[in-house]
Design a protein around this ligand. Structure first.
Ligand code: AMP
Length: 302
């Protein structure tokens, strides 16, 4: 089952205690698409400038990633620069240059309009909604990511988009900011009133928590000896999560629990190297092996 993602495709400059890269492929939709493509075909809706060349396209090539919806216009692609603290728990944004992204109006190519699994990456909620109005039938599953900027500046538009969203995937700060509730379980109850029936809270090195009306599920972050660059872990998590669900075409308690594990697996591979380096070159067998390790890591008898 094809999965559609809308979001940023960018160039990133990254600085962590383990090194520095000046200009590497980034953007939430890039991480998401690469992660999800290990499970299901992915359709990308995004915009880039004429600095996006065959070198970047080659990273997606050979994977089940359709770039027909990747609009290319004159100008520079979105550019983001970030630096991580010594313990990598804090990140400072050094630059956000929207460039061609400032005039992005997502347009779905005709064959994309039958998509029934959709992920609305972190962009203006009005643009997220415009994607949903372009699909022909009500999708089976809509997931959404957002950030403090949109929660602050466009709360009404965000609330409108959330009415059409089943799974909200954000971090703990964003959850608290969106709901005005510090306690995450109480915050989830607020979220349920806004539309989504499932809240997935991404908690970085503390893993992820899923709260659904009827059950809860928690996964740790996979313990790693080498964490070089946390960029994109949340987007790769979302890609693994949504990609798995689109592949099994079933959204129930069992598949949602497994999706959490696959999300965590893809996030864990991503942080082992800079940018998309590790994520772009995985084998399906490595993913399965790590998912099994997750099962061992968390299994116990009472
Ligand atoms: P994450 O580490 O999951 O927060 O995602 C990092 C990615 O998000 C980077 O590759 C950036 O290019 C991209 N990014 C950063 N800021 C924004 C923004 N305001 N809108 C869209 N994408 C962004």
């Amino acid at each position: 089952m094809s999965l559609l993602v809308v979001g940023s495709v960018a160039f990133d400059a990254l600085e962590t205690p383990f090194g520095k890269v000046d200009r590497t492929l980034g953007g939430a939709a890039s991480y998401f698409a690469l992660a999800a493509s290990y499970f299901t075909p992915v359709r990308v809706v995004a915009i880039v400038g004429d600095d996006f060349t065959d070198k970047q396209r080659a990273i997606f090539k050979g994977r089940k990633i359709d770039l027909t919806g990747l609009e290319q216009v004159p100008g520079k692609s979105f550019f983001w620069a970030g630096r991580y603290s010594q313990n990598m728990n804090e990140r400072t944004t050094l630059a956000t240059e929207l460039n061609v992204f400032a005039d992005f109006r997502p347009a779905l190519p005709e064959p994309y309009r039958d998509s029934s699994f959709i992920f609305l990456g972190n962009i203006d909620p009005t643009l997220q909604s415009s994607v949903l109005t372009q699909v022909r039938r009500k999708p089976q599953l809509v997931g959404l990511d957002t950030m403090n900027y949109w929660i602050d500046r466009t709360p009404t538009e965000l609330q409108e988009t959330l009415k059409h969203t089943q799974i909200l995937m954000i971090n703990d700060d964003e959850t608290r900011q969106l709901t005005g509730e510090h306690n995450l379980l109480r915050a989830a109850k607020h979220v349920f009133k806004m539309g989504p029936r499932t809240l997935v809270i991404k908690r970085g090195e503390h893993g992820a928590l899923m709260v659904h009306h009827k059950f809860m599920f928690s996964v740790p972050a996979f313990p790693l000896e080498e964490v070089r660059d946390p960029t994109g872990a949340g987007d790769a998590f979302a890609g693994g999560f949504m990609g798995y669900l689109a592949a099994v075409r079933r959204v129930n308690e069992q598949s949602l629990r497994a999706a959490m594990v696959y999300g965590s697996v893809l996030g864990s591979f991503t942080v082992e190297r800079f940018g998309v380096e590790r994520l772009a070159k995985l084998k399906r067998s490595e993913i399965t092996a790590r998912a099994k390790l997750f099962s061992k890591l968390t299994s116990f008898k009472l």
